[in-house]
Design a protein around this ligand. Structure first.
Ligand code: SAM
Length: 282
């Protein structure tokens, strides 16, 4: 049974990290003319009003997007972060106030060109209902179903290029391995796809199962990006960091993200830290 609802966490530090990378990857992808299919295997609702009951329960966005929003005048000059913040401003019904946080379907879909397409999978019936109610414009399809299965079944795609975000809730322990298996199967059918895989950094360290399985599967060209809000210690409970693998990352993404994160880190807490590396080379 699915119980996770992203509305409780919308706009938190992990969303900032994840969506900044997604935004940067899409910048690079759209520099080329040829058409792209964007797939979001775990789409969520698409847009999160910050005043919603779920979101205001934990107010996680206060240690995520909010400090960046409040500092936006001085951050707009940073190339990647400034572009991301400008987009965030455009997502607000009133551009002076941060009232909504957009999810991955919005970050992916907002710059879709007529020749591109977007496929959004969401398994939770309620969350899919919210997603289907969004005013999504362009060549976008929402699918109520399993995103890992759907991804592999739909490959190869008709467009010359493919960009995939895999962003599960990892409610079940087996999901770490299921994600690795789906990634390997997808790359077998679409070798050049740019695939972003998000994972949480938790005290149990289960993300190592995912990383080990990806490495054992022989995947090449993987860049890893990890953002820690806290230094984990014996007392640490819950998610202390956010990780992302990017398979076939666009050239130059690592440097742009390092510069953006150098601005993000000091605004999100004294213990925050960032590390990006080429996890697996050519
Ligand atoms: N990607 C979203 C974003 O960045 O805005 C957040 C997604 S949230 C972390 C994970 C979502 O995956 C939840 O909405 C959950 O209902 C959904 N989900 C869980 N298992 C799934 C599956 N097998 N296939 C598709 N969606 C699934």
């Amino acid at each position: 049974m699915l119980s996770y609802q992203h509305a409780y966490h919308a706009g938190n530090f992990a969303d900032v990290h994840k969506h900044l990378i997604l935004h940067g990857v899409i910048d690079h992808i759209l520099r080329k003319e040829s058409s792209v299919t964007f797939m979001d295997t775990h789409a969520g609702r698409g847009l999160y009003p910050l005043a919603a009951e779920e979101t205001s329960r934990l107010h996680e966005y206060r240690q995520g997007v909010l400090p960046l929003w409040e500092g936006r005048d001085s951050l707009m000059g940073e190339e990647l972060l400034g572009g991301w913040l400008a987009a965030l401003v455009r997502a607000q019904p009133d551009s002076r106030r941060l009232t909504h946080y957009p999810g991955s379907p919005w970050w992916m879909g907002r710059r879709l060109r007529p020749r591109d397409r977007q496929l959004l999978f969401e398994l939770h019936p309620g969350e899919h209902g919210h997603l289907a109610d969004q005013p999504l414009e362009g060549n976008i399809r929402t699918i109520h179903g399993d995103g890992l299965k759907g991804l592999v079944e739909r490959l190869p795609v008709k467009t010359p290029r493919l960009c995939v975000l895999i962003d599960p809730s990892y409610e079940r322990k087996q999901e770490y391995l299921e994600v690795a298996q789906a990634l390997l199967a997808a790359l077998h059918k679409a070798r050049h796809a740019v695939v972003l895989v998000w994972y949480p950094l938790l005290p149990a360290g289960r993300h190592h199962e995912l990383l080990d399985a990806v490495k054992a599967g022989g995947v090449r060209k993987v860049w890893r990006s990890e953002f820690r809000l806290q230094t984990p210690g014996r007392e640490t409970r819950g998610m202390f960091g956010s990780g992302m693998l990017v398979v076939n990352p666009p050239w130059g993404l690592d440097e742009r993200l390092a510069m953006a994160m150098a601005q993000v880190v000091p605004r999100l807490g004294d213990e925050a830290s960032y590390h990006g590396d080429w996890w697996v080379g050519e």
